[in-house]
Ligand binder design. Structure first.
Ligand code: GLA
Length: 730
């Protein structure tokens, strides 16, 4: 059991693989204090770390300075209004207008396994893999129960957290803030890493110093967003990709979030993560409960790289579900960049015919097949096949594609409605809106009110009719705008601010229905590219479209940043045509292939129109995919070169779990004169084993490859790439 309660020290010790996390119950009032988070400790009692024998002392010894205690105590879960002036995790509004709250320990339970979070995505694990601690606390004054839930994964450096709040009083109370995790670090001299971007430039890495005051990333857009990702890592200033302590926090949620590090007056740092309190309120009637989504905390003592590999292992094995969880995904060709809205049955079949000859395994029909959708100005919500375009009907098209030996996939944008649609004309009130105010359009569309059951039922029904009408084996679930005008005519005023979260719960509910009723369907999430690239979505879809930017060079950065948290097995990545539609860059077809291999792999181009020499390369790329995908999907990722730090090259490698093979992907972004070869030091190999370069048959020890390196030679020109495969020499 990875969790124990020490009665002598009144503390809980949570042991993950090489990590300890310690919580103590202190003072007569039973405050819950954070003692330690880091490298595994053998000790049972390290409560001295909290310095409670020093001034201002605990309230039972010095109630005169109760406030000083509360404002400096390393708390496990902060509350508001009683004297801790750092960021609170819990805030309320009572009927009498009181916002203060404070919680103290009451009881706890420890058990094997991990509970589900009702209606929410969460990591999972078997009884033998993880154990859970539930600490029940109470605000006696409000009769508000707060259960802090922790699960440790015993073979990974992972601890997850969530919080349940229950109203045990006999009058309603409003929660105005319920964050999911709080960690008080005893130092401030640290850096933080967050992921930022915009449309077509998602998850670029930003590293900065933590300083006094609050530094946060957040979303108030109704989705996790292009702009900021629900991830935060704090680390020693000296920590690098391969060395030093790093603490990663990731939110398993797809809506508004906040992730913040706060440097305090005593040079400590409080990290919090949870649902963004901006515009949030949740009404709790007597006996009602609210569950805050899960935060995953990862500890690494070997730099950022190990933190990422831990996230990858956790998400590949304990978050992603379904038939494709551990499987190679079909190589797909998507018609979006090939045709945009200008396609019909004949065009799609001509693409499929050519693609099937080249080894491509699935045709995905993107936006434009339904209602009178001839541009992005209309028809969202009218999920009825447009038979003027799809002549002969959907079943005919799918059957024809199947006859070519290919699977068929389809695009939907279930959460949206165009003002110019039959659905909107029939039910204008089904869109999120504020009575009497002009609605804010984006891409000429409104957001359907997925907090409403009847809206979800209607949409689900139209989706399932389509999915049942033909042999559809893949769905791309898109979401092309963010939420505004968040209101409806259904909920009473005191529940209106719940819509943001109810909306996300509604999306989850529909995805759960879809994946349960159609388990054979491979679901790929998407949101204007990668605006909903989060762990919540990975619970429903084993892959997510990483970005609308398919340029190989831009993708190096986007995929690199994404890989800080999310596994390569989940990154939608396609080879597209040049000049690239987003940035106009021309890169070699071969390099585009190398970059897309570090993902789910597919094509996004008109295969009937690209140059013959590019087309001729596709069967070779297909072979590479089949040869290397198991290694790429399941291996350990080591980042070697980083465009954020050196704009000349990017290099990553995949090492199989048994360390018997390694694949190196190298892309020379800009060539330099007199720069004929570059030496790359590999990582993660067995130092005393020998590895053979499959191309040259040269054999080197793991130690030589890691300490001396491999020479990358003969790349002439910009944007040239190389794959190098080493196998263990028998
Ligand atoms: C979004 C997606 C694209 C494509 C279009 C269709 O932008 O990210 O891949 O599906 O919508 O409208």
């Amino acid at each position: 059991m990875g969790i124990c309660f020490n009665e002598k020290s009144n503390s809980f010790k949570l042991d993950a693989k090489d990590t300890s996390y310690i919580i103590a119950i202190v003072d007569e009032e039973q405050f819950l204090g954070h003692v330690y988070f880091g490298q595994k400790l053998p000790d049972d009692d390290v409560n001295y770390l909290m310095g409670l024998e020093e001034s201002p002392f605990v309230p039972s010894k010095n109630n005169r300075n109760r406030m000083s205690f509360l404002d400096s105590f390393p708390t496990e879960y902060s509350t508001s209004g009683l004297g801790d002036f750092r960021e609170s995790c819990l805030k309320v509004m009572t009927k009498s207008g009181i916002t203060a709250c404070g919680i103290n320990y009451v009881t706890h339970k420890i058990y094997s396994g991990k509970p589900n979070l009702q209606g929410l995505p969460a990591t999972f694990g078997e009884e033998k893999e993880c154990s859970t601690l539930e600490i029940t606390c109470l605000d006696k004054h409000l009769n508000l129960e707060v259960i802090l839930i922790y699960t440790v994964f015993e073979n990974l450096d992972v601890i997850t957290r969530s919080v349940q709040v229950k109203n045990c009083s006999n009058e309603a109370i409003q929660l105005t803030k319920v964050l999911s995790a709080c960690v008080d670090f005893d130092r401030i001299d640290m850096d933080m890493i967050t992921l930022h971007g915009s449309w077509a430039r998602e998850r670029h890495i930003n590293r900065r110093s933590i300083t006094l005051g609050k530094q946060a990333v957040s979303s108030a857009r109704g989705e996790s967003s292009h702009q900021m990702n629900p991830f935060l890592a704090v680390m020693d200033k000296t920590s690098t990709e391969d060395a030093g302590e790093v603490y990663g926090f990731n939110f398993v949620y797809s809506g508004n979030f906040i992730a913040q590090a706060e440097g305090t007056q005593f040079d400590t740092t409080r990290v919090v993560m949870g649902i963004n309190p901006e515009d949030f309120a949740w009404n709790l009637e007597p006996d009602e409960e609210f569950t805050a989504p899960e935060v995953v905390m990862v500890y690494s003592n070997e730099g950022i790289g190990k933190m990422s590999r831990t996230f990858h292992d956790l998400y590949r094995n304990h978050l992603i579900r379904g038939q494709y969880k551990d499987k190679k995904r079909p190589i797909l060709i998507n018609n979006w960049e090939a045709t945009y809205f200008d396609f019909d049955t004949e065009k799609l079949i001509s693409i499929a015919k050519e693609a099937s000859k080249l080894g491509i395994e699935m045709l995905v029909m993107d936006d434009g097949w339904f209602g009178n959708r001839s541009s992005d100005n209309m028809a969202l919500g009218d999920w009825i096949v447009n038979e003027e375009k799809i002549k002969g009907g959907l079943k005919y098209l799918v059957d024809e594609v199947n006859k070519l030996g290919m699977k068929f996939g389809i695009w939907f944008e279930p959460e949206m409605v165009s003002p110019d649609s039959d659905l909107y004309r029939a039910h204008p009130d089904w869109a999120l809106h504020i009575e009497g105010r002009t609605g804010t359009l984006s891409r000429n569309q409104y957001v359907l009110d997925f907090s409403r059951r009847e809206v979800r039922d209607y949409i689900y029904d139209s989706l399932r009719k389509i999915l049942n009408s033909a042999n559809i084996e893949y769905v791309k679930w898109d979401m092309n705008r963010q939420l505004s005008d968040v209101g409806n005519a259904i909920l009473p005023p005191h529940r209106q601010r719940e819509i943001w979260h109810r909306y996300v719960l509604g999306v989850y509910e529909l995805m759960e229905r879809l994946t349960t009723e159609f388990p054979q369907v491979l679901l790929e999430n998407c949101s204007g590219g990668g605006a909903r690239y989060d762990a919540g979505m990975l619970y429903y879809s084993p892959q997510i479209w990483t970005s609308d930017n398919t340029d190989a060079v831009e993708r190096l950065k986007i995929q690199h940043g994404t890989s800080l948290v999310y596994p390569v097995s989940a990154m939608g990545a396609h080879v597209s045509d040049v000049p690239n539609h987003t940035v106009g860059r021309v890169t070699p077809f071969e390099t585009r292939g190398f970059v897309a291999l570090s993902g789910t792999f597919g094509y996004e181009l008109d295969v009937t129109k690209i140059p013959q020499e590019d087309r001729a390369m596709i069967p070779e790329q297909v072979t590479l995919y089949h040869k290397y995908n198991d290694l790429i999907r399941t291996g350990d990722l080591y980042r070697i070169g980083n465009l954020f730090e050196n704009p000349e090259f990017d290099c990553i490698s995949y090492v199989s779990k048994d360390k018997s093979e390694v694949l190196v992907t190298y892309v020379q972004v800009l060539n330099r004169p007199n720069y004929h070869s570059k030496r790359i030091r590999l990582k993660g190999l067995q130092k005393d084993a020998y590895y053979r370069n499959e191309e040259t048959n040269e054999v080197y020890s793991g130690a030589a490859l890691m300490n001396g390196g491999v020479l990358i030679k003969g790349l002439w020109g910009d944007f040239k790439g190389k794959l190098i495969h080493f196998v263990l020499e028998a």
